[in-house]
Design a protein around this ligand. Structure first.
Ligand SMILES: [Zn+2]
Ligand SMILES: [Zn+2]
Length: 146
């Protein structure tokens, strides 16, 4: 049996679910994730786009190209919760904001990415790898152990 995962925004207008393990989890420090999350970094799960089911219609925002890890942002138009990002460099995956999950405690980040944009006071786990910009592109069949 593949595991089922679910989550949604703060007000419940947008819900999502998928089955099977995410491909990876990263803490992304890029400027675009800082702005989208209102925080020093965004914890993101990499999920194959083909397995994710979304109920409700998130609003989209496309930040200017200069803002780090370039991706279209999807968030709840009612409550503002950040939910997903669609990375330009890999149409096969979607990034799920881990905090929107019902069970974000099931995973842990495998690396800090886009540390080029990291804030000097961002406290990172010294025991996981640091990547200056984007991590290697993951295909739906790839999985980094979580
Ligand atoms: Zn909402
Ligand atoms: Zn980012």
């Amino acid at each position: 049996m593949m595991k089922e995962y679910s989550g949604g925004c703060a007000c419940g207008a947008v819900r999502f679910q998928w089955s099977g393990s995410p491909l990876a989890m990263y803490n992304c420090h890029c400027r675009s994730c800082q702005l989208a999350s209102g925080s020093a970094w965004a914890p993101l799960l990499v999920v194959a786009r083909q397995v994710l089911r979304i109920a409700g219609t998130p609003r989209q925002h496309r930040p200017p190209k200069a803002q780090g890890n370039h991706a279209t942002r999807l968030f709840c138009a009612e409550c503002g919760s950040p939910l997903f990002a669609l990375p330009d460099n890999n149409p096969a995956v979607l990034l799920v904001h881990a905090a929107a999950m019902a069970s974000a405690d099931a995973f842990k980040p495998v690396a800090d990415i886009w540390t080029v944009d990291a804030l000097p006071w961002a406290h990172m786990d010294r025991h996981i790898p640091k990547m200056f910009k984007s991590p290697p592109i993951l295909e739906p069949e790839d999985q980094v152990s979580l």
